[in-house]
Design a protein around this ligand. Structure first.
Ligand code: NAI
Length: 289
């Protein structure tokens, strides 16, 4: 089956790798040609590293790249059995994209969103056949994280859920069904993790590095909240918090933080922009706990 991935950023590139690793022909599309170039370079670097480590053979890597088409043209999704959208977390932009997609793909193509926080029912509302929409939510980095949330909307056909779940399970992932509620399971649990860490910082109790140190060295977490936010991207993470806060009728438990907002506004997006709460420049000196 041909699989389309829309958006070649942090998530889209990783999901494309996962689908191609599972033997699918993959078309990776982004409006931005430089995002496509970056994704190509990133995937080649990953392949080189895995071949060097002996985890992939050269032939496996070559065959994998032979299956991925990089494009800026949505029409290349024609003939796909599944398209997964992983573009900016904005409902208007997602609506515009899903309407365009429906005009290109076949009637039986499943249309999925990798959204972290938007309503799948709302995304599907612009479709003529909303029964084929659902959320397929990967975690970052998609090739390494086994969990994938499968989120049917109220409009989704049972058979679409079954097909999508069977397919993603066959990609060596562990799927879990989640209800179409703000943040689904993991992002809802994660909001207070980031939010409380930001509040502790804002109240002057501890700095980023100390909070991260405490959570990893004493709390047993693999990454501290600030390291993790830098990994996810402060723009995306802030938007997800804003969406969840609004969707829960402004429940203060999910209140977004000005510190994160200012970091996103300043372009301190995290690893992807070279600077977030920490500096990722080659010789950068970061605060220690
Ligand atoms: P990103 O900012 O790294 O990449 C988004 C890409 O979409 C960019 O390359 C951009 O050029 C492209 N794009 C924007 N508008 C477009 C359009 N109209 N058509 C085609 N391409 C377009 O974002 P990221 O982090 O990959 O997030 C994408 C989606 O995945 C969001 O819905 C986010 O909530 C979700 N997500 C993000 C995770 C993360 O850790 N970053 C984890 C799981 C889900």
């Amino acid at each position: 089956m041909k699989v389309g991935i829309l958006g070649a950023g942090t998530m889209g590139a990783g999901i494309a790798q996962v689908a191609a690793q599972s033997g699918h022909k993959v078309v990776l599309v982004d409006v931005n040609a430089s995002a496509i170039e970056t994704a190509k370079i990133k995937l080649h670097r990953i392949a080189e590293r895995l071949i060097e480590k002996g985890k992939w053979t050269q032939d496996f890597g070559d065959a994998l790249f032979g299956r991925i088409t990089f494009s800026t043209d949505l029409n290349d999704f024609e003939g796909a059995g599944l398209v997964i959208e992983a573009i900016v977390e904005n409902i208007e932009i997602k609506h515009a994209v899903f309407s365009k997609l429906e005009a290109i793909v076949d009637q039986d193509c499943i249309l999925a969103s990798n959204t972290s926080s938007l309503s799948i029912a709302a995304i599907g509302s612009v479709l003529k056949s909303p029964h084929r929409v659902l959320g397929i939510h990967f975690f970052n980095p998609a090739p390494l994280m086994p969990l994938v949330e499968i989120i049917p909307a109220v409009q989704t056909n049972e058979s679409v859920v079954k097909t999508a779940r069977t397919l993603i399970d066959s990609w060596d992932k562990v799927t879990v069904l989640a209800k179409d509620t703000p943040g689904f399971i993991v992002n809802r649990v994660a909001r207070p993790f980031y939010g409380e860490a930001l509040r502790i910082y804002e109240e002057g109790i501890a700095d980023f590095a100390t909070i991260d140190w405490a959570m990893t060295q004493l709390g047993g977490f693999r990454m501290g909240p600030f390291t993790l936010m830098d990994y996810i991207g402060n723009d995306i993470n802030y938007t997800v918090t804003e969406t969840v806060f609004e969707a829960f009728y402004y429940d203060p438990r999910y209140k977004p933080s000005f510190t994160q907002k200012r970091h996103a506004e300043a372009g301190y997006l995290g690893r992807k922009s070279g600077r977030g709460y920490y500096d990722y420049a080659e010789n950068a000196v970061n605060p220690k706990a």
